[in-house]
Design a protein around this ligand. Structure first.
Ligand code: GLN
Length: 494
């Protein structure tokens, strides 16, 4: 059962072939078996998960009509608050904090009967691309335990790839759902900004942060997206409009007659040859399915990374001011409020978080504001216009998700710029507030590690991601003969 998709598990639950308690126990046993190696979880809530599973089983027995994913287990990124369950956001700052309320995403998961197994590891406050910035421990890529699982949501993606959970929640500010999906051979979706509520998501960069589904198949991601997505009055940036139909888009996948735009600026120098090769082969598959492949140019994308690394740190310097030793988490030292705050922030925040707070504070300071933050906001507009122009020529846009496959743990840990470059292809989407998906494109020749294929669509056109993603996934599946994850090393008996 563990290797099945969430949708297959849901069918087995519905037919009574397996109970949610059995399924949950099997996943908890799998976590016990492999997580000492993978280290995807910061906290496993065995009792809570089993209680939830018992409840779903009871409701099913009583004939209640349940939602499609009822009884299926899920791993939750530790950036998302869940009432009574430790939420650290990968930081020492929040060690021991138990939130007094549920985020909207958690409320919706619970209402749908999705079983929350526990909280997954992440880069501190979602800042990073490798999960090495977690204040607790790095997570290991199940394909090769000496390599990173991507970041910041490496825990969620590693849990999927190690068959510790069939579904997971991530958040994507600049790529943290899609890049981990790419390097673990899984599927990750960054929904349209405002499409999934941010209520109860620990804020990093509020104008960019977006929660989304992580899964092993496109259809599973669509089901999960429908559970968590849609208007929420508790989030002032939530879009007050119904989600487009996502599951039916995935089920009726066809690209016949569609125009698919290849972004010229998101390939070439800096991209690993094997990643590009799989990308181009995937384009051939889409062409064989009847899509028209066109090239588009987005000339301002070369400034996207620079703009992001002004906007995200600026917003984080403001958002993280709430960690003042008075309201949340740890408190260190004695003396005046300022002395206690200083001592707490010194101990509570890691190196990368401090770097960004300093950068952001500088960029927002009087005299520099226009030159840095103001210019970055203008670039953001230019990037949105590049997308708008490109979407007049194509229905969806595509690129490799990440320039390389998973690198070694430690390889880029002391080189922030090299780390930032991982998100070169994912960041423009966040800056423009549109949506993107990463699906596996195959294994790169150099290292036999998974590469990702990114599909981007305009705001509230998330259905197109699923439509094109599912069509490509099906074509690649018949080419490979088996899901890409079946080629990953077995980390123990399944
Ligand atoms: N890697 C990027 C960063 O460090 C993106 C992170 C994210 O999407 N949360 O900011």
């Amino acid at each position: 059962m563990l290797e099945k998709s969430a949708t297959e598990m849901a069918t087995a639950l519905e037919s009574g072939e397996v109970s949610s308690v059995e399924l949950t126990k099997a996943h908890l046993a799998r976590i016990d078996e492999v997580d000492s190696k993978v280290k995807a979880f910061l906290h496993v809530d065995k009792a809570g998960a089993l209680a939830q599973a018992e409840d779903v089983d009871k409701r099913r027995k009583s004939g209640e009509k349940l939602s499609p994913l009822a009884g299926v287990p899920l791993a939750l990124k530790d950036v998302m608050v869940q009432k009574g369950i430790p939420t650290t956001c990968g930081s020492k700052m929040l060690e021991g904090w138990r939130p007094p309320y549920d985020s909207t995403v958690v409320t919706r998961l619970k209402e749908a009967g999705v079983i929350i197994l526990g909280k997954t590891n992440m880069d501190e406050f979602a800042m990073g691309s490798s999960t090495e910035n977690s204040a607790y421990f790095p997570t290991h890529n199940p394909w090769d335990l000496t390599r990173i699982p991507g970041g910041s949501g490496g825990g969620s993606s590693a849990a999927l790839a190690a068959f510790e959970a069939p579904l997971a929640i991530g958040t994507d500010t600049g790529g943290s759902i899609r890049q981990p999906a790419a390097v673990t051979g899984t599927v990750g979706v960054k929904p349209t900004y405002g499409g999934v509520s941010r209520y109860g998501l620990v804020a990093f960069s509020s104008s960019l942060d977006q929660a989304g589904p992580c899964a092993r198949t496109v259809l599973d991601a669509a089901y999960l997206h429908e559970v968590i997505g849609g208007y929420d009055p508790l989030d002032s940036t939530s879009i007050n409009a119904p989600l487009p139909p996502l599951v039916s888009a995935a089920k009726n996948a066809s690209v016949k007659g569609m125009k698919i735009g290849v972004i010229k600026e998101l390939q070439g120098d800096g991209y690993q040859a094997g990643v590009l090769k799989r990308f181009n082969e995937a384009l051939d598959e889409l062409a064989k399915l009847g899509a028209e492949i066109v090239e588009v140019s987005c000339p301002h994308f070369k400034y996207a990374l620079a703009a992001y690394y002004l906007i995200a740190p600026s917003e984080c310097s403001s958002n993280l001011a709430r960690f003042d030793a008075m309201r949340y988490g740890i408190r260190v030292g004695e003396g005046s409020a300022e002395e206690v705050m200083n001592a707490t922030r010194e101990v509570g925040f890691g190196k990368e978080v401090k770097r960004r707070i300093i950068l952001g504070t500088y960029a927002l300071s009087s005299g520099y504001y226009d030159a840095y933050y103001g210019s970055a906001q203008k670039v953001r507009t230019l990037i949105s216009r590049d997308f708008e122009a490109a979407f007049t020529k194509a229905d969806v846009l595509v690129s490799p998700t990440a320039p390389t496959t998973a690198f070694k743990i430690g390889e880029k840990a002391n080189d922030p710029i090299a780390m930032y470059l991982n998100d070169i292809a994912t960041i423009p989407t966040n800056l423009a507030g549109i949506c993107g998906i990463s699906i596996p494109s195959g294994l790169a020749d150099e290292d036999n590690l998974p590469a990702g294929f990114q599909i981007m669509a305009g705001a509230m056109k998330d259905d197109r991601l699923y439509q094109v993603g599912a069509a490509l996934e099906a074509a690649l599946l018949s080419k490979w003969g088996a899901p890409i994850l079946s080629k990953a090393p077995k980390l123990g008996a399944i």
